[in-house]
Design a protein around this ligand. Sequence first.
Ligand code: FAD
Length: 309
Amino acid sequence: MMTMKMREDIIKCDFLIVGGGIAGMQAAITGSALGMDVVVAEKADTRRSGSGATGNDHFICYIPEYHGDDFEEILREISETLVGPWQDKDLLSLMMKRSQEVIELWESYGINMRPTGKWNFEGHSMPGRRRYHLKYDGHDQKPLLTKQALKNGCRILNKTTVNELLTDDTGRVVGAIGVNIANDEPELVVFQAKAVLVCTGHSVRIYPGMNPAYPFNASNCPADTGSGIAMGFRAGARLVNLDIPYVHAGPSMFQRCGKATWIGVLTDYYGKPVGPFVTKPTRELGDVTADIWQTVFREKCRTVQDQYL
Ligand SMILES: Cc1cc2nc3c(=O)[nH]c(=O)nc-3n(C[C@H](O)[C@H](O)[C@H](O)COP(=O)(O)OP(=O)(O)OC[C@H]3O[C@@H](n4cnc5c(N)ncnc54)[C@H](O)[C@@H]3O)c2cc1C
Protein backbone atom coordinates (compact mmCIF):
# COMPACT_ATOMS: atom_id res chain seq x y z
CA MET A 1 0.00 0.00 0.00
CA MET A 2 1.33 3.44 -0.85
CA THR A 3 1.43 5.94 1.98
CA MET A 4 1.86 9.68 1.85
CA LYS A 5 3.22 11.95 4.50
CA MET A 6 2.52 15.62 5.07
CA ARG A 7 5.44 18.03 4.91
CA GLU A 8 5.64 19.71 8.31
CA ASP A 9 6.38 23.26 7.25
CA ILE A 10 4.41 25.41 4.85
CA ILE A 11 6.57 26.70 2.00
CA LYS A 12 6.19 30.48 2.08
CA CYS A 13 7.27 32.89 -0.66
CA ASP A 14 6.36 36.11 -2.45
CA PHE A 15 5.84 34.47 -5.80
CA LEU A 16 4.91 30.86 -6.46
CA ILE A 17 5.28 29.62 -10.03
CA VAL A 18 3.53 26.40 -10.96
CA GLY A 19 5.33 24.74 -13.87
CA GLY A 20 8.99 25.33 -14.73
CA GLY A 21 8.81 25.30 -18.53
CA ILE A 22 10.18 28.23 -20.53
CA ALA A 23 7.42 30.61 -19.38
CA GLY A 24 7.73 29.59 -15.73
CA MET A 25 11.52 29.86 -15.68
CA GLN A 26 11.48 33.25 -17.37
CA ALA A 27 8.91 34.47 -14.83
CA ALA A 28 11.09 33.08 -12.02
CA ILE A 29 14.18 34.87 -13.32
CA THR A 30 12.30 38.14 -13.82
CA GLY A 31 10.56 37.96 -10.43
CA SER A 32 13.78 37.21 -8.56
CA ALA A 33 15.63 39.96 -10.46
CA LEU A 34 12.97 42.34 -9.11
CA GLY A 35 13.81 41.20 -5.58
CA MET A 36 11.00 38.72 -4.97
CA ASP A 37 11.41 35.49 -3.04
CA VAL A 38 10.46 33.01 -5.77
CA VAL A 39 9.55 29.31 -5.59
CA VAL A 40 9.05 27.15 -8.69
CA ALA A 41 7.06 23.90 -8.31
CA GLU A 42 7.74 21.63 -11.30
CA LYS A 43 6.35 18.15 -11.72
CA ALA A 44 9.38 16.93 -13.71
CA ASP A 45 12.79 18.64 -13.62
CA THR A 46 13.21 22.21 -14.86
CA ARG A 47 16.46 21.27 -16.60
CA ARG A 48 14.52 19.13 -19.05
CA SER A 49 10.78 19.57 -18.87
CA GLY A 50 7.90 20.87 -20.95
CA SER A 51 7.66 21.54 -24.65
CA GLY A 52 11.09 23.20 -24.74
CA ALA A 53 12.75 20.21 -23.03
CA THR A 54 14.96 19.11 -25.87
CA GLY A 55 15.62 22.63 -27.11
CA ASN A 56 14.01 24.99 -29.59
CA ASP A 57 15.64 26.44 -32.68
CA HIS A 58 13.75 29.56 -33.65
CA PHE A 59 12.56 32.59 -31.74
CA ILE A 60 9.77 34.73 -33.19
CA CYS A 61 11.00 38.27 -32.95
CA TYR A 62 11.22 41.79 -34.26
CA ILE A 63 14.64 43.42 -34.46
CA PRO A 64 14.17 47.01 -35.66
CA GLU A 65 17.74 47.28 -37.01
CA TYR A 66 17.08 44.18 -39.15
CA HIS A 67 13.36 44.45 -39.96
CA GLY A 68 12.92 48.22 -40.22
CA ASP A 69 10.13 50.33 -38.79
CA ASP A 70 7.07 48.89 -40.47
CA PHE A 71 5.70 47.12 -37.40
CA GLU A 72 2.24 46.63 -38.94
CA GLU A 73 3.76 44.65 -41.77
CA ILE A 74 5.56 42.31 -39.42
CA LEU A 75 2.39 41.73 -37.43
CA ARG A 76 0.54 40.90 -40.64
CA GLU A 77 3.34 38.60 -41.75
CA ILE A 78 3.41 36.54 -38.57
CA SER A 79 -0.40 36.40 -38.40
CA GLU A 80 -0.44 34.85 -41.87
CA THR A 81 1.97 32.05 -41.00
CA LEU A 82 2.85 30.04 -37.91
CA VAL A 83 1.31 32.25 -35.25
CA GLY A 84 -2.06 32.31 -37.01
CA PRO A 85 -4.72 34.99 -37.45
CA TRP A 86 -6.75 34.11 -34.34
CA GLN A 87 -4.23 35.47 -31.84
CA ASP A 88 -4.93 38.34 -29.49
CA LYS A 89 -3.48 41.29 -31.45
CA ASP A 90 -2.61 43.40 -28.39
CA LEU A 91 -0.77 40.51 -26.78
CA LEU A 92 1.04 39.75 -30.00
CA SER A 93 2.13 43.39 -30.41
CA LEU A 94 3.44 43.46 -26.87
CA MET A 95 5.33 40.21 -27.40
CA MET A 96 6.92 41.44 -30.61
CA LYS A 97 7.81 44.87 -29.21
CA ARG A 98 9.60 43.27 -26.26
CA SER A 99 11.18 40.43 -28.21
CA GLN A 100 14.59 42.03 -28.74
CA GLU A 101 14.82 42.83 -25.03
CA VAL A 102 14.16 39.14 -24.24
CA ILE A 103 16.73 37.99 -26.79
CA GLU A 104 19.34 40.17 -25.13
CA LEU A 105 18.38 38.72 -21.75
CA TRP A 106 18.69 35.18 -23.07
CA GLU A 107 22.13 36.01 -24.46
CA SER A 108 23.12 37.21 -21.01
CA TYR A 109 22.05 33.80 -19.59
CA GLY A 110 24.47 32.11 -22.01
CA ILE A 111 21.92 30.98 -24.63
CA ASN A 112 23.46 31.34 -28.06
CA MET A 113 21.03 33.55 -29.99
CA ARG A 114 23.44 34.20 -32.88
CA PRO A 115 25.22 30.91 -33.63
CA THR A 116 26.31 32.27 -37.03
CA GLY A 117 27.56 35.51 -35.45
CA LYS A 118 24.74 37.63 -36.89
CA TRP A 119 20.95 37.85 -36.86
CA ASN A 120 19.84 34.91 -38.97
CA PHE A 121 16.16 34.48 -39.83
CA GLU A 122 15.01 31.17 -41.31
CA GLY A 123 11.98 28.99 -41.70
CA HIS A 124 8.19 29.22 -41.17
CA SER A 125 8.02 31.96 -43.81
CA MET A 126 6.48 32.42 -47.22
CA PRO A 127 9.12 32.22 -49.95
CA GLY A 128 10.21 35.71 -51.00
CA ARG A 129 8.69 37.41 -47.95
CA ARG A 130 10.24 38.91 -44.89
CA ARG A 131 11.28 36.43 -42.18
CA TYR A 132 10.89 36.86 -38.46
CA HIS A 133 12.01 33.51 -36.99
CA LEU A 134 15.43 34.03 -35.47
CA LYS A 135 17.45 30.86 -35.81
CA TYR A 136 19.20 30.28 -32.48
CA ASP A 137 20.87 27.45 -30.64
CA GLY A 138 18.43 26.43 -27.93
CA HIS A 139 19.86 23.01 -27.09
CA ASP A 140 20.78 24.05 -23.57
CA GLN A 141 18.03 26.57 -22.97
CA LYS A 142 16.36 24.71 -20.11
CA PRO A 143 19.56 24.00 -18.10
CA LEU A 144 20.69 27.60 -18.69
CA LEU A 145 17.34 29.12 -17.63
CA THR A 146 17.46 26.90 -14.54
CA LYS A 147 21.04 28.00 -13.80
CA GLN A 148 20.06 31.64 -14.07
CA ALA A 149 17.02 31.18 -11.81
CA LEU A 150 19.16 29.46 -9.16
CA LYS A 151 21.82 32.18 -9.51
CA ASN A 152 19.10 34.76 -8.82
CA GLY A 153 18.17 32.88 -5.63
CA CYS A 154 14.98 31.09 -6.75
CA ARG A 155 14.03 27.89 -4.96
CA ILE A 156 13.10 25.08 -7.35
CA LEU A 157 11.09 22.08 -6.19
CA ASN A 158 11.34 19.44 -8.89
CA LYS A 159 9.16 16.32 -8.95
CA THR A 160 6.38 18.37 -7.37
CA THR A 161 2.99 18.32 -9.05
CA VAL A 162 0.63 21.06 -7.96
CA ASN A 163 -2.94 19.79 -7.77
CA GLU A 164 -5.01 22.68 -6.49
CA LEU A 165 -4.81 26.41 -5.87
CA LEU A 166 -5.81 27.61 -2.42
CA THR A 167 -8.07 30.65 -2.01
CA ASP A 168 -8.98 32.75 1.03
CA ASP A 169 -12.47 33.84 2.11
CA THR A 170 -12.52 36.58 -0.52
CA GLY A 171 -11.65 34.16 -3.32
CA ARG A 172 -8.09 35.48 -3.69
CA VAL A 173 -5.48 32.84 -4.54
CA VAL A 174 -3.08 32.63 -1.59
CA GLY A 175 -1.23 29.41 -2.26
CA ALA A 176 -1.41 25.90 -3.60
CA ILE A 177 -1.23 22.28 -2.62
CA GLY A 178 0.86 19.64 -4.36
CA VAL A 179 2.63 16.32 -4.05
CA ASN A 180 6.39 15.92 -4.03
CA ILE A 181 7.62 12.52 -5.21
CA ALA A 182 11.37 13.13 -4.96
CA ASN A 183 11.69 10.52 -2.20
CA ASP A 184 10.31 7.01 -1.74
CA GLU A 185 7.37 8.24 0.24
CA PRO A 186 5.34 10.97 -1.51
CA GLU A 187 4.90 14.15 0.48
CA LEU A 188 1.92 16.48 0.51
CA VAL A 189 3.20 20.06 0.25
CA VAL A 190 1.37 23.28 1.08
CA PHE A 191 2.54 26.61 -0.41
CA GLN A 192 1.64 30.07 0.79
CA ALA A 193 2.36 32.93 -1.59
CA LYS A 194 1.53 36.58 -2.16
CA ALA A 195 1.13 35.83 -5.87
CA VAL A 196 0.76 32.62 -7.83
CA LEU A 197 1.46 32.20 -11.54
CA VAL A 198 0.35 29.05 -13.31
CA CYS A 199 2.54 28.14 -16.31
CA THR A 200 1.64 24.53 -17.02
CA GLY A 201 1.86 24.68 -20.80
CA HIS A 202 -0.52 23.44 -23.46
CA SER A 203 -3.35 20.97 -22.81
CA VAL A 204 -1.78 18.40 -25.12
CA ARG A 205 -2.63 15.27 -23.17
CA ILE A 206 -6.39 15.75 -23.12
CA TYR A 207 -6.76 15.67 -26.90
CA PRO A 208 -6.78 12.35 -28.72
CA GLY A 209 -3.60 11.35 -30.55
CA MET A 210 -3.42 11.22 -34.33
CA ASN A 211 -4.22 7.53 -34.16
CA PRO A 212 -4.89 5.16 -31.27
CA ALA A 213 -1.47 3.53 -31.53
CA TYR A 214 0.38 6.77 -30.87
CA PRO A 215 -1.31 8.68 -28.08
CA PHE A 216 1.88 10.73 -27.59
CA ASN A 217 2.13 11.68 -31.24
CA ALA A 218 1.71 15.36 -30.48
CA SER A 219 3.80 18.36 -31.38
CA ASN A 220 4.07 19.62 -27.84
CA CYS A 221 4.98 18.04 -24.50
CA PRO A 222 2.71 15.01 -23.99
CA ALA A 223 3.05 15.36 -20.23
CA ASP A 224 1.20 18.71 -20.29
CA THR A 225 -2.35 17.88 -19.24
CA GLY A 226 -3.94 21.30 -18.93
CA SER A 227 -4.11 20.78 -15.16
CA GLY A 228 -3.11 24.39 -14.50
CA ILE A 229 -5.96 25.72 -16.63
CA ALA A 230 -8.41 23.48 -14.77
CA MET A 231 -6.99 24.60 -11.42
CA GLY A 232 -7.31 28.23 -12.38
CA PHE A 233 -10.90 27.67 -13.48
CA ARG A 234 -11.78 25.91 -10.22
CA ALA A 235 -10.25 28.82 -8.32
CA GLY A 236 -12.57 31.22 -10.13
CA ALA A 237 -10.47 32.46 -13.06
CA ARG A 238 -12.08 33.57 -16.30
CA LEU A 239 -10.46 31.62 -19.09
CA VAL A 240 -9.32 33.57 -22.16
CA ASN A 241 -6.92 32.91 -25.07
CA LEU A 242 -7.03 29.16 -24.61
CA ASP A 243 -4.83 27.00 -26.77
CA ILE A 244 -6.31 25.68 -29.98
CA PRO A 245 -5.75 21.96 -30.49
CA TYR A 246 -4.35 20.96 -33.84
CA VAL A 247 -2.49 18.12 -35.41
CA HIS A 248 0.92 19.27 -36.55
CA ALA A 249 2.38 16.75 -38.93
CA GLY A 250 6.08 16.22 -39.55
CA PRO A 251 6.31 14.56 -42.97
CA SER A 252 8.85 11.88 -42.29
CA MET A 253 8.16 11.75 -38.57
CA PHE A 254 4.59 10.73 -38.09
CA GLN A 255 5.61 8.90 -34.97
CA ARG A 256 6.95 11.97 -33.22
CA CYS A 257 6.56 11.18 -29.50
CA GLY A 258 5.94 14.88 -29.17
CA LYS A 259 9.31 15.77 -30.59
CA ALA A 260 10.58 16.52 -34.05
CA THR A 261 12.83 18.99 -35.75
CA TRP A 262 12.77 20.69 -39.12
CA ILE A 263 9.59 20.50 -41.17
CA GLY A 264 11.15 20.09 -44.64
CA VAL A 265 8.65 19.69 -47.47
CA LEU A 266 5.23 18.43 -46.51
CA THR A 267 4.35 15.63 -48.90
CA ASP A 268 1.27 13.49 -49.26
CA TYR A 269 0.97 9.73 -49.14
CA TYR A 270 2.34 9.49 -52.69
CA GLY A 271 5.35 11.70 -51.97
CA LYS A 272 3.97 14.76 -53.78
CA PRO A 273 4.28 18.16 -52.03
CA VAL A 274 0.86 19.08 -50.61
CA GLY A 275 1.32 22.84 -50.49
CA PRO A 276 2.21 25.37 -53.17
CA PHE A 277 4.95 27.15 -51.23
CA VAL A 278 8.01 24.94 -51.00
CA THR A 279 8.44 21.97 -53.28
CA LYS A 280 12.09 21.09 -52.72
CA PRO A 281 13.78 20.64 -49.33
CA THR A 282 15.49 23.82 -48.18
CA ARG A 283 16.78 24.56 -44.72
CA GLU A 284 16.43 28.24 -45.42
CA LEU A 285 12.65 28.23 -45.65
CA GLY A 286 11.04 25.08 -44.32
CA ASP A 287 7.51 24.46 -45.58
CA VAL A 288 4.84 26.79 -44.17
CA THR A 289 2.04 24.52 -45.40
CA ALA A 290 1.57 22.81 -42.03
CA ASP A 291 1.65 26.18 -40.28
CA ILE A 292 -1.24 27.64 -42.22
CA TRP A 293 -3.18 24.48 -43.07
CA GLN A 294 -3.27 22.80 -39.73
CA THR A 295 -5.80 20.11 -40.58
CA VAL A 296 -3.65 18.91 -43.47
CA PHE A 297 -2.68 15.64 -41.80
CA ARG A 298 -6.25 14.72 -40.92
CA GLU A 299 -7.52 15.64 -44.38
CA LYS A 300 -4.80 13.70 -46.17
CA CYS A 301 -5.42 10.65 -43.94
CA ARG A 302 -9.10 10.86 -44.83
CA THR A 303 -8.31 10.94 -48.56
CA VAL A 304 -6.16 7.83 -48.26
CA GLN A 305 -8.81 6.10 -46.13
CA ASP A 306 -11.56 6.93 -48.65
CA GLN A 307 -9.48 5.43 -51.41
CA TYR A 308 -8.40 2.24 -49.70
CA LEU A 309 -10.87 1.38 -46.95
C1 FAD B 1 9.88 19.67 -30.64
C2 FAD B 1 9.43 21.07 -30.38
C3 FAD B 1 10.08 22.10 -31.02
C4 FAD B 1 9.64 23.40 -30.79
N1 FAD B 1 10.34 24.40 -31.39
C5 FAD B 1 10.01 25.68 -31.12
C6 FAD B 1 10.81 26.72 -31.63
O1 FAD B 1 11.83 26.50 -32.28
N2 FAD B 1 10.43 27.99 -31.36
C7 FAD B 1 9.31 28.29 -30.59
O2 FAD B 1 9.03 29.48 -30.37
N3 FAD B 1 8.57 27.31 -30.05
C8 FAD B 1 8.89 26.03 -30.29
N4 FAD B 1 8.16 25.02 -29.74
C9 FAD B 1 7.08 25.38 -28.80
C10 FAD B 1 7.67 25.79 -27.45
O3 FAD B 1 8.58 24.82 -27.02
C11 FAD B 1 6.52 25.97 -26.44
O4 FAD B 1 5.62 26.94 -26.91
C12 FAD B 1 7.04 26.39 -25.07
O5 FAD B 1 7.97 25.45 -24.57
C13 FAD B 1 5.88 26.54 -24.10
O6 FAD B 1 6.40 26.96 -22.86
P1 FAD B 1 5.53 26.91 -21.56
O7 FAD B 1 6.42 27.26 -20.41
O8 FAD B 1 4.28 27.67 -21.76
O9 FAD B 1 5.08 25.39 -21.43
P2 FAD B 1 6.02 24.06 -21.22
O10 FAD B 1 7.38 24.35 -21.70
O11 FAD B 1 5.27 22.95 -21.77
O12 FAD B 1 6.09 24.01 -19.65
C14 FAD B 1 5.05 23.58 -18.82
C15 FAD B 1 5.71 23.02 -17.56
O13 FAD B 1 4.72 22.82 -16.55
C16 FAD B 1 4.97 21.58 -15.90
N5 FAD B 1 3.69 21.18 -15.33
C17 FAD B 1 2.55 20.85 -16.00
N6 FAD B 1 1.55 20.61 -15.13
C18 FAD B 1 2.08 20.80 -13.89
C19 FAD B 1 1.52 20.72 -12.56
N7 FAD B 1 0.25 20.41 -12.35
N8 FAD B 1 2.35 20.96 -11.52
C20 FAD B 1 3.67 21.28 -11.72
N9 FAD B 1 4.23 21.38 -12.95
C21 FAD B 1 3.44 21.15 -14.01
C22 FAD B 1 5.49 20.69 -17.04
O14 FAD B 1 6.22 19.58 -16.55
C23 FAD B 1 6.38 21.68 -17.81
O15 FAD B 1 7.69 21.73 -17.31
C24 FAD B 1 8.54 23.69 -29.94
C25 FAD B 1 7.89 22.63 -29.31
C26 FAD B 1 8.32 21.34 -29.53
C27 FAD B 1 7.63 20.21 -28.83
